[in-house]
Design a protein around this ligand. Structure first.
Ligand code: ADP
Ligand code: ZN
Length: 214
């Protein structure tokens, strides 16, 4: 099964991707995670991407398209994958279609998570992530048992550089301008499935499962 998770920053794509990954045994491919790792490792890719990410802007299409081109050819993607945060522009979507066509593959569903902007901003500003295992918490909504410490592995929690009010506003603008038009793109392909991204994580997940199995 090959899925695309669409939706604004903070919509819960990463959370749902992780649940889908455990249920269907297919990898989550998050361009954001790949880029953040490259920045942390001080890799060439990270040096190219960092300024864009810190400013809430998109990393150039060629870079992320190149990443995805290699990633979806890896062995663990043979039975499918979950694209989380890609494509984010029309050029990326068109290139992805080309790549899949070359590989004789298709996308099963594009899930679009709809959440109100105010709620998104609250989620992003309070979001904390485990440095070690990537688990996500929220200072108000889902606080860790011990402040700053991961419930699952004891790792230190950190706040992403781009989860500050100014950069969040920029990311929302970029989303509306560059990524929201993809809803129309996939709707025309007959693949788009919109769902309410507010509420209980498990409930959202059962909706996700229903949508992908139809
Ligand atoms: P969020 O969805 O919360 O904004 P991500 O982790 O998906 O966070 O992305 C973080 C940053 O990484 C983006 O603001 C952007 O700079 C970069 N990025 C991730 N995916 C892409 C992509 N497909 N195209 C361009 N830039 C990307
Ligand atoms: Zn952890």
């Amino acid at each position: 099964m090959r899925l695309i998770l669409l939706g604004p920053p903070g919509a819960g794509k990463g959370t749902q991707a992780k649940l889908l990954m455990s249920k269907f045994h297919i990898p989550q491919i998050s361009t954001g995670d790949i880029l953040r790792k490259a920045v942390k490792d001080e890799a060439e890719l990270g040096r190219e991407a960092k300024a864009f990410m810190d400013g809430g802007q998109l990393v150039p299409d060629e870079i992320v398209i190149g990443l995805i081109r290699e990633r979806i050819r890896e062995a663990d993607c043979a039975d499918g994958f979950i694209l989380d945060g890609f494509p984010r522009t029309e050029v990326q979507a068109e290139k992805l279609d080309e790549m899949l066509q070359e590989m004789s593959l298709t996308i099963n569903a594009v899930l679009d998570f709809s959440v109100e902007t105010e709620e998104l901003v609250l989620r992003l500003t309070g979001r904390r992530t485990c440095k070690e295992c990537g688990a996500m918490f929220h200072v108000d909504g889902r606080p860790p048992k011990q402040s700053g410490v991961c419930d699952h592995c004891g790792g230190a929690l950190y706040q992403r550089h781009d989860d500050n009010p100014l950069t969040i506003t920029k990311r929302m603008e970029v989303y509306e301008k560059e990524t929201a038009p993809l809803k129309k793109y996939y709707n025309q392909q007959g693949n788009l499935k919109t769902l309410e991204g507010t509420g209980d994580t498990e409930q959202i997940f059962s909706q996700v499962c229903r949508l992908v199995s139809h």
